[in-house]
Ligand binder design. Structure first.
Ligand code: FES
Length: 119
């Protein structure tokens, strides 16, 4: 399912936004002139990534300090087990649209986060 995320103009270079859709946090950021969209959950202990934590092409997890590369979603500190889940996106008529992950992906994120919790 595609959702209208925000006006493209509110995401200048080096910044990002986080919004929730059906309980799923979605981040859209701009780095090196390109937009990237991710599920904004760190898969270490499932803290929600914060839009203010984007700096110098990296995303810092507020939980325990994992650092993700903004353009790939890859973790660099070996706490997160996997890269961020990347989402399809497109810009149309000045708005960014994001394709939410399939239901089975959302359910697997929810069940893992309930098992692992936040500590
Ligand atoms: S939850 Fe992200 S580093 Fe622990």
């Amino acid at each position: 399912m595609w959702v209208r995320f925000a006006k493209e103009s509110i995401i200048p270079e080096g910044t990002g936004r986080v919004k929730f859709f059906g309980g799923i946090p979605v981040m859209v950021l701009r780095s090196n002139g390109q937009l990237y969209a991710y599920v904004a959950l760190c898969n270490h202990k499932y803290y929600v990534l914060c839009e203010r934590a984007i700096k110098d092409g990296k995303i810092l997890c507020p939980g325990h300090g994992e650092v993700f590369i903004a353009t790939t979603g890859e973790p660099t500190q070996r706490m997160a087990k996997r890269s961020l889940i990347r989402l399809n996106h497109e810009v149309k008529d000045g708005f960014v649209y994001v394709e939410l992950p399939p239901r089975d992906v959302i359910e697997s994120i929810a069940s893992e986060s309930l098992v692992e919790g936040q500590a």
